[in-house]
Design a binder for this molecule. Structure first.
Ligand code: CMP
Length: 140
């Protein structure tokens, strides 16, 4: 299986509750390497551009405000089949539907405040990584 990179965000509900380390422990226990990471505080406009694909959804405004409500940790994760593997580690979007042991089952508060984001495909992973990281920050 090929080595892939995926993009991750530890969201405001998780940074507020001091869960960055606990989430990173789950990521690393799954065999994914955190090859880049930084803590940033987005504006609603920056969050809106990141989530532009959801512009027409009823929750878009709420989502942008939430993502700008506190610092987040943006990350690049690397490993075999990293995109699908991280989606498994995160669990379903709605924590009520997430499998036991997943990040969202253990930590998420709701569908909106669901602790983490992960890319859904190789093309979106590349776009999302490039939105937050310069090539020089990706040292492997
Ligand atoms: P994420 O994986 O970051 O991608 C889009 C986000 O929209 C999703 O996680 C949720 O945080 C949010 N989202 C999805 N569905 C809803 C919903 N019904 N209400 C509020 N937020 C939602």
């Amino acid at each position: 299986m090929a080595i892939q990179r995926t993009f991750s965000i530890i969201k405001p509900d998780a940074t507020r509750r001091n869960l960055t380390g606990a989430i990173n422990a789950k990521i690393e226990a799954a065999g994914l390497r955190i090859v880049a990471q930084k803590r940033i505080h987005m504006t609603p406009a920056q969050a809106g551009q990141f989530y532009a694909v959801h512009k027409e959804r009823p929750f878009y405004g709420e989502l942008c405000e939430f993502m700008a409500s506190a610092p987040v940790v943006v990350q690049v994760l690397e490993g075999e089949n990293a995109i699908a593997k991280y989606r498994e580690v995160m669990g379903a979007t709605d924590p009520a539907a997430a499998d036991a042991g997943t990040i969202r089952k253990e930590f998420a508060l709701s569908k909106g405040e669901n602790s983490v984001h992960g890319s859904d495909a190789p093309e979106t992973a590349a776009e999302e990584i490039a939105y937050f990281f310069a090539g020089i920050e990706l040292v492997g």
